[in-house]
Design a protein around this ligand. Structure first.
Ligand SMILES: [Zn+2]
Ligand SMILES: [Zn+2]
Length: 87
């Protein structure tokens, strides 16, 4: 009994020694909702037609956050503008 070792040379797996893998970390765009927490450039601006405050949903406000583009009320009793961004 002889066990024939089969060395098959017909295996054509040529190792491609060309390694061109540039190490570059892709720029991942931050989700829009993330901008709310960065507290940068969130300024109120006046709009022509008042809209319902996006936070309390009760008060109509003519103020909008320039970055979030959301109307938020800002009165002496209520400051949803601040509240919204401090959350
Ligand atoms: Zn409000
Ligand atoms: Zn904002």
């Amino acid at each position: 009994m002889t066990i024939k070792k089969r060395d098959c040379p017909s295996n054509d797996s040529v190792s491609t020694s060309k390694e061109t893998t540039p190490k570059r970390t892709p720029l991942v765009p931050r989700p829009v909702d993330d901008a709310r927490d960065d507290t940068i450039d969130h300024w109120p601006f006046h709009i022509e037609n008042k809209q319902k405050c996006k936070l309390c949903m009760k008060v109509y406000s003519r103020l909008k956050c320039i970055k979030c583009n959301k109307s938020l009320c800002l009165t002496k009793d209520k400051n949803c503008f601040l509240k919204y961004h401090m959350k």
